[in-house]
Design a protein around this ligand. Structure first.
Ligand code: PLI
Length: 463
């Protein structure tokens, strides 16, 4: 594209064929709703939400091709035709040899963790993800963060904040012994860092280092196409490489993958574990029948697998990914222009507000991000998600809160769902909340479940 063309306005590469009405309830009703939800946006009813930016997981709009695929569901218990379509799509676009379907990402995380991690193992990774880390811990392992330091600084403009710090990784291997490190857990487009990418150069270096010690790499490929988009934009030598080829190359540098297909792959439900090692695959295939379903459906209906096979091909489409990440950049830039502190650079799947900076009058024990998310909902019915101390949970040994450096709320953009006008409303609402930030009060836990507490905890206002 010429520089002039690049400057011209552009629009979504689709038109809308079906609509789902949304409604804005009154401020008084919103105040009541969030109080009844224990100030936890996960506990709101979706009918009370105007613009739902809780997550991009399973909330995207499927294409007409995907819906047509849904009608081609082969709901046989065993050997569904749709499974073979899915297997072929995964082999074609990602290059992994073997596929174990699961109901969603955490189903795959459960299986790989149980199969590969033994008690007292260490699992290094480029920042934790909630469900991934919990499954590693439940299998007896300890997660160790080996991401570069820049990832923990919301203001640092490093273009590849998901990169692995090779020194941190190698000293872990030397200290703990390669035999106690079952695999390196690498995520593309790191969620908790703000949707930040890993570079191909770093991935290649990491591959060389881990190969030296015989440590395999398991790839959390939930948002791999979005990571590929940033590589194309930012990394030397990739401007003219297709997203499809970049995705394939990333996968080729790893030994297996867990996938929550509810994100990149544009479906409302689904996931898989992909592996190159035949023996490990056989074990995973055997295990999936215990926890998920037969090895040719793994918790998905035939129609879900068909929609997923089609979604995978659409996820690497150049126009799609440009519009998808472009919409996130549009919202992020509006917030930067309004002076709101957000994680920089703007991420791939959402804009992350820096609650520590916005609410300096609250300590991390007063749960600033949780409180900010509740306030934003009250202002305009916009639902976001806490990604701070509540999400980080407790240290399983000491029982103390984990205090992450990043105390954020995430405005997560579903794919192909909202318009630019919705983004404008969100930006106005965030700017309003930012203006009145001194009035935001802290929160304290009222109820706290044992696992993944951010989903179900309830809070009460303090001060
Ligand atoms: O929600 P699942 O079980 O399909 O997938 C778990 C999962 C694994 N890895 C990553 C990077 C994720 O983002 C992820 C789920 N994320 C959610 C639900 C989110 O709101 O970001």
């Amino acid at each position: 594209m010429s520089p002039e063309e690049n400057k011209r306005s552009w629009a979504e590469p689709y038109k809308i064929k079906m609509v789902e009405p949304v409604r804005m309830i009154s401020r008084q009703e919103r105040e009541k709703a969030i109080e009844e939800a224990g100030y936890n946006t996960f506990l709101l009813r979706s009918r009370d939400v105007y613009i739902d930016l809780l997550t991009d997981s399973g909330t995207s709009a499927m294409s007409d091709r995907q819906w047509a695929g849904m009608m081609m569901g082969d709901e046989a218990y065993a050997g569904s035709e749709n499974f073979y379509h899915l297997e072929e799509a995964i082999q074609t676009y990602y290059g992994y040899k073997h596929v174990v379907p699961t109901h969603q990402g955490r189903g795959a995380e459960h299986i790989i963790s149980q199969l590969m991690i033994k008690k007292n193992d260490f699992v290094p990774g480029n920042m934790y993800f909630t469900t991934t880390k919990l499954h590693q811990e439940l299998a007896g392992g300890t997660f160790v963060d080996v991401i570069i330091d820049e990832a923990h600084d919301p203001e640092d403009e490093h273009p590849f904040k998901a990169n692995i710090d090779l020194n941190k990784l190698e000293s872990l291997i030397k200290n703990k012994g390669a035999e106690n490190i079952p695999y390196l857990s690498i995520a593309t487009s790191v969620n908790m860092a703000g949707g930040q990418p890993i570079s191909m150069a770093n991935l290649k270096e990491v591959r060389a280092l881990t190969q030296k010690y015989g440590i395999p790499i398991i790839h959390d490929m939930t948002r791999v196409a979005e990571n590929a988009y940033f590589i194309k934009q930012r990394e030397e030598g990739y401007a003219d490489v297709s997203i499809k080829d970049i995705v394939y190359e990333i996968c080729s540098l790893t030994d297996g993958a867990t996938m929550s297909a509810k994100k990149d792959a544009l479906v409302n439900i689904g996931g898989f574990l992909a592996l190159n090692d035949e023996e490990l695959f056989r074990k995973a295939q055997n295990m999936v029948v215990i926890y998920e379903g037969l090895h040719t459906y793994g918790g998905m209906a035939g129609r879900d697998m068909e929609a997923l096979a089609i979604g995978i091909s659409e996820s690497v489409d150049e126009d799609h990914i440009r519009a998808r990440v472009g919409q996130v950049q549009y919202l992020g830039q509006k917030l930067i222009d309004a002076g709101v502190p957000i994680v920089r650079p703007i991420g791939s799947h959402g804009v992350f507000l820096d609650a520590k900076k916005i609410l300096p009058h609250l300590s991390q024990d007063q749960l600033p991000a949780q409180s900010l998310a509740a306030t934003l909902y009250i202002d305009a019915g916009v639902r976001s998600m806490e990604r701070g101390v509540v999400s980080a949970g407790r240290n399983p040994e000491t029982g103390e809160h984990n205090y992450p450096a990043l105390e954020l709320i995430r405005l997560t953009i579903p794919r192909r769902v909202y318009t630019q006008a919705h983004m404008d409303v969100v930006a106005e609402s965030v700017a309003m909340v930012y203006k009145n930030r001194e009035q935001v009060k802290g929160l304290a836990f009222d109820y706290e479940p044992e696992y993944l507490r951010f989903f179900q905890s309830r809070f009460k206002q303090i001060g």
